[in-house]
Design a binder for this molecule. Structure first.
Ligand SMILES: [Zn+2]
Length: 473
């Protein structure tokens, strides 16, 4: 029963979501408002909102992950669900993507920030979110009769991901066989398998769509450049980590025929934003509401950087997530896109959690968000990958993997030079210590296998925080 429901929900939403990509802005608003009302009606039934009747989003206070998780038992609309039931399911050896009580999918966040979260939705809700992502991924690649063609070609999708716990990507991959039989062939390759094995699997399968983490896509691009990986994908889709400029350039060089699709997803809402054929990232306003806010949860207007964003998931009526805080830095762009999409554009800069707070000579904390740091290391010759960790106050560790044809000592010198210049430009050279280390592989998070290229293990200091402004540009 649930399998038929899942395929029906996916298929129906796929067709409708694909049509909406060329619909009017007014129609999108209408769909969004209708779905908001459904989610608010569901939220009104939970103990979390005390049975209050919620009519508008603005009636709902923003909610933080810790507050929601602390009252988890109050967040479900089905009384058969409880924190205890979810915990015993995920710790009881059930494979990721299998169903709880015959209809629910349970996801945990990997806890890269130290807080593990538990989330639940029914299979139909997940399928609808997923259908929106697929519809946007194939935007412009399908002709009106393209769905029939898609079925004839048996689209081959490869997911190179963490396949262990109950997190987003392993659940998606785990549900793929069900959807796959109806729509495509899929294969999951564990990202932590030996690289030659990953390459051999991909060569044998010849995927038309390749999905992985941006940092691992870079590794695969290097394998393609060396002639070991011989695939010709139409779509390279990247998610779970912020995507770097270096990754974009590597994909362009290694897979010139492929469109790089960026997805902005979270366990709490899978289909937040997807990039279009013009490379702009559009909010999937038929799957979510995104509200950029400042540190005090006040709305931030379009065109202005917001340090966090509130998400309302428009599919989940099992555990309604309304104005739920994500600590990602985003900017809404209020300009039309040449692709003609009716959906608002967004720039996602990624996790504000990983801002480096470095103390200057006067003891003030300078805030260094991830992107400028990343830009400082663009185009170091012979560099395959790196990770920079703020491991103790004003102490940085930079680990790197040299390319096959790169000389490690030269790469190390290049990185040190860039880092010293970056610190010098901010008046920090005498106050920040660092080590540069060559490694065989950059360390991924033990369970989620995500790689945080720019990672802070140091919190925001209590005192004054000032923006980091470089002396030279
Ligand atoms: Zn566009």
């Amino acid at each position: 029963m649930s399998q038929a429901q899942e395929i029906a929900a996916f298929g129906l939403e796929l067709v409708q979501a694909w049509r909406r990509t060329s619909a009017s802005r007014a129609l999108i608003r209408e769909v969004q408002e209708r779905r908001v009302r459904l989610v608010l009606a569901a939220a009104s039934r939970t103990r979390f909102y005390g049975g209050r009747r919620l009519e508008r989003l603005s009636d709902v206070e923003p909610v933080r992950k810790a507050d929601l998780q602390a009252r988890l038992d109050d967040t479900f609309t089905d009384p058969a669900l409880s924190k205890a039931a979810l915990l015993s399911f995920v710790h009881g050896g059930a494979a990721p993507g299998t169903l709880l009580q015959g209809r629910y999918l349970v996801a945990t966040t990997s806890g890269t920030t130290g807080h593990v979260g538990l989330f639940v939705d029914d299979v139909a809700g997940w399928a609808r979110q997923r259908a929106v992502v697929f519809a946007r991924m194939f935007q412009g690649l399908l002709t009106p009769d393209g769905f029939a063609m898609l079925a004839r070609r048996r689209y081959r999708l490869a997911f190179v991901i963490a396949s262990g716990g109950h997190w987003l990507t392993s659940i998606l991959a785990g549900r793929m066989p069900t959807l796959g039989r109806a729509f495509a062939d899929s294969r999951v390759v564990p990202v932590d398998a030996p690289l030659p094995h990953v390459v051999a699997e991909l060569n044998a399968f010849a995927p038309l769509l390749l999905h992985s983490y941006p940092t691992f896509i870079e590794v695969l691009c290097a394998e393609a450049r060396r002639g070991r990986l011989r695939i010709d994908p139409e779509i390279v889709s990247a998610g779970s980590e912020p995507i770097s400029q270096a990754c974009r350039e590597a994909v362009r060089a290694a897979f010139p025929r492929a469109r790089l699709v960026e997805t902005y997803a979270a366990t709490e809402c899978l289909a937040m934003a997807t990039s279009c054929p013009h490379g702009a990232v559009h909010v999937n306003e038929d799957a979510c509401v995104l509200e950029p806010v400042d540190d005090c949860m006040r709305p931030v207007p379009p065109g202005t950087d917001a340090p966090r964003v509130l998400v309302t998931n428009l599919s989940n009526v099992v555990q309604p997530l309304v104005r739920y805080e994500l600590t990602d830095s985003v900017t809404i762009i209020d300009e039309p896109c040449p692709c003609g999409s009716p959906f608002a554009r967004i720039v996602v800069r990624g996790r504000t959690d990983d801002t480096f707070y470095l103390l200057d000579g006067d003891g003030r904390a300078q805030a260094h968000p991830p992107i400028p740091i990343e830009v400082a290391f663009l185009g170091v010759p012979g560099l395959l990958q790196y990770q920079i960790v703020h491991e103790a106050q004003n102490r940085l560790r930079l680990s790197f993997v040299a390319d096959d044809d790169g000389r490690p000592s030269e790469v190390a010198a290049g990185l040190e030079d860039r880092l010293a210049r970056y610190l010098g430009d901010h008046g920090l050279l005498e106050h920040v210590s660092y080590v540069v280390d060559q490694v065989d592989a950059v360390e991924r998070h033990a369970r989620s296998k995500k790689l945080r290229q720019i990672e802070s293990r140091v919190g925001r200091p209590a005192g004054e925080v000032v923006a980091a402004i470089a002396a030279r540009r």
